[in-house]
Ligand binder design. Structure first.
Ligand code: URA
Length: 247
């Protein structure tokens, strides 16, 4: 059971004060009646709640896939910078958080949710969820980096990195200049990890994009846009993050 005003806020209809106004204006009906109060208890399984004639389904948790553009910070709020949450409606910003962190200049896949347990499992190194990054480097990555990354590399932390899978692509011609690209799959999320790993083999990352987490990828979601994850996608992410590995 949940209060009607909380039910409406959680469903993304508005802030607590906004939904109270909607209730007062009789725009909300419970089981066909608009004679309702904000504190009235709703049975999420049985009661039918409508706002402006449309039935609202109650979901405690929601999961979004966001294509982060460069130039915004991965935070809920920031005094000076645009944050990833600024791309979402106002009423979501308090309850939802980005899962893990992408640097301000990094683009790509970011999950946004209000499910704390799910969040924890995806970011915890104990669960080894693979995250795939595409990087452009200032110079060719030495071939030995493949084995080095596989064995774990010293990036100045207490421990070496966990085994990571590096693929080096042949250099491409881009506007008359050689572009060096690589793909890296890591299962941790240390601070600036990808950049520091490449730096350990003498390369500076000039562009970075996260393209997938587990089997979830951006596909053709445009930059700066988001969409709800399907039940299957959430289920798949739960599955890959459900087995605790020994580190
Ligand atoms: N590793 C980095 O160095 N930066 C990111 O944004 C993500 C992973």
């Amino acid at each position: 059971m949940v209060r009607l005003d909380k039910f409406l806020v959680d469903a993304g209809i508005g802030t607590r004060s906004e939904v109270k106004k909607y209730i007062k204006k009789k725009q909300v009906k419970v089981n066909g009646s608009s004679n309702v109060s904000p504190e009235q208890k709703i049975d999420e399984e049985k009661d039918s709640v409508c706002y402006l004639g449309e039935e609202i389904s109650y979901e405690k948790y929601a999961y979004y896939l966001f294509h982060k553009p460069a130039g915004c910070v991965t935070a809920k709020t920031d005094k000076t910078e645009r944050t990833v949450m600024d791309y979402f409606p106002e009423q979501m910003r308090r309850k939802f958080s980005p899962v893990g962190r992408l640097d301000k200049d990094t683009e790509g896949l970011l999950i946004i949710t209000n499910d704390g347990a799910f969040h924890h499992r995806l970011v915890s190194p104990a669960y080894h969820v693979p995250k795939t990054y595409e990087a452009v480097l200032d110079k060719p990555v030495p071939a030995e980096a493949v084995t080095l990354f596989q064995e774990g590399v010293d990036i100045g932390d207490e421990k070496k990195t966990l085994p990571a899978e590096l693929t080096i692509f042949p250099p491409e011609d881009k506007d008359g200049k050689e572009q060096c690209r690589a793909q890296l799959v890591i299962t941790e999320g240390r601070y600036h990890q990808v950049k520091r790993m490449f730096l350990a083999v003498g390369c500076t990352v000039t562009y970075l994009k996260r393209v997938s987490i587990g089997s979830l990828s951006l596909q053709n979601l445009p930059k700066g846009e988001y969409r709800r994850l399907t039940e299957q996608e959430v289920e798949d992410l739960r599955k890959i993050s459900s087995e605790k590995k020994s580190i």
